[in-house]
Design a protein around this ligand. Structure first.
Ligand code: SAH
Length: 348
């Protein structure tokens, strides 16, 4: 079976090139075509001989993302893509423009196993992990389509990145490689629902990326109601590994806190959260929950969100309310794939 050449790290590609009896500089050339220029076929590699291109295509293919659907927000220009993969599966990515440049929110899996009750990503079921090259192909497809250069990456799309650890790590190393997109690790955020042993593995890699934890509740009683993963690793265990992470990497940890009306948005929750995070090098991102028809999510009122933020700040916790982008195109992930998945299911 052919392998995806864009999923190989620089060192792995180097080894493949050496095993083909080729000089090392070929690995650099091919890596640049795949990762800096984001080509979708071997034929575009114009400084590689026809013969070598043919040899490469005997063992490898190049993962691509074909645009199946594209939505552009009339409010703020946020772009949301539904991409089709080589095996007919779908994934979603969102491009947001900030003052500091373009950020992409990438998917790490086709679907998700985590089952958070407010999230759309789980609805169409889990299909498979994405290869490192497929995670990266989302950047190349968007850059080409929009004629832009992406400077920041958030692993906050469909899927749980730490449930696809090795591929996500290869992806991070490849986009950071100076012969590729050369995106600084400091411009990469990885968001997790809290898979504690994998957070510890990530900590030991000592990468200067930003770790983001989807916390959404100050205690196990509330968190387990919305996030089944909490039955395995509870709030205190997550906060404890975060303290280890901060001590080891000296990097601030971010907490995502999605506010859901009457579930996790009371003054009591804000006070309890403040107590638990006291003294920690961290930041809390407050997010009004997005509507997902089947989920029946009910947003907290703006006043409630501001009050929650104020309580955290009064207790010396760094907190901001996230600006909502792409609200007219349902920019939160999981919704397009689910609709598309529905069509396919009907056909079968
Ligand atoms: N699995 C990872 C990353 C993907 S989800 C994680 O859990 O962090 C990215 C973020 O969006 C998470 O913080 C998730 O909890 C949040 N999210 C999911 N559905 C949402 C919704 N309907 N409204 C607001 N945030 C949501």
């Amino acid at each position: 079976m052919k392998r995806d050449i864009r999923s190989l790290t620089y060192d792995e590609l180097n080894n493949e090139i050496i095993s083909l009896g080729l000089p090392k500089f070929r690995a650099k050339q091919i890596f640049e075509w795949l990762h800096k220029f984001g080509v979708d076929s071997f034929d575009e590699m114009s400084n590689i001989s026809k013969d070598l291109r043919a040899r490469l295509s005997e063992s490898f293919f190049i993962s691509t993302c074909e645009i199946e659907q594209k939505l552009v927000s009339k409010i703020d220009g946020t772009v949301k893509y539904l991409f089709r993969l080589h095996d007919g599966e779908y994934l979603e990515s969102v491009i947001m423009e900030y003052k500091h440049g373009y950020t992409i929110c990438v998917s790490s899996q086709v679907g998700c196993k985590m089952g958070c009750t407010f999230c759309a990503s789980t609805l169409a079921g889990f299909k498979r992990n994405l290869e490192a090259g497929e995670i990266e192909a989302q950047l190349h497809a968007a850059q080409k389509d929009l004629n832009i250069r992406i400077s920041n990456i958030v692993l906050m799309g469909i899927g749980e990145p730490l449930d696809n650890y090795d591929n996500v790590l290869s992806f991070i190393r490849n986009v950071n490689n100076e012969n590729g997109l050369n995106i600084s690790m400091r411009n990469i955020s990885l968001s997790t629902c809290g898979i504690v042993p994998k957070i510890r593995d990530l900590m030991n890699e000592e990468l200067p990326i930003t770790l983001t934890i989807s916390l959404h509740a100050p205690n196990d009683e509330i968190r387990s109601r919305t996030m089944p993963v909490n039955n395995k690793w509870g709030v205190d265990e997550i906060l404890s590994v975060c303290r280890e992470y901060i001590a080891k990497t000296n990097r601030r940890v971010s907490f995502e806190y999605t506010l859901i009306n009457n579930v996790n948005d009371s003054d009591k929750c804000a006070l309890e959260l403040s107590k638990k995070l006291k003294g920690m090098l961290c930041h809390v991102n407050l997010i009004p929950v997005n509507d997902v028809a089947e989920r029946g999510n009910v947003k907290s009122s703006i006043d409630r969100i501001h009050k929650f933020e104020q309580i955290l700040k009064n207790n010396s916790i760094n907190a901001t309310i996230r600006r909502t982008l792409g609200s007219d195109i349902n920019a939160s992930c999981g919704q397009l794939r689910r609709k598309r998945g529905g069509v396919i299911e009907n056909r079968c």
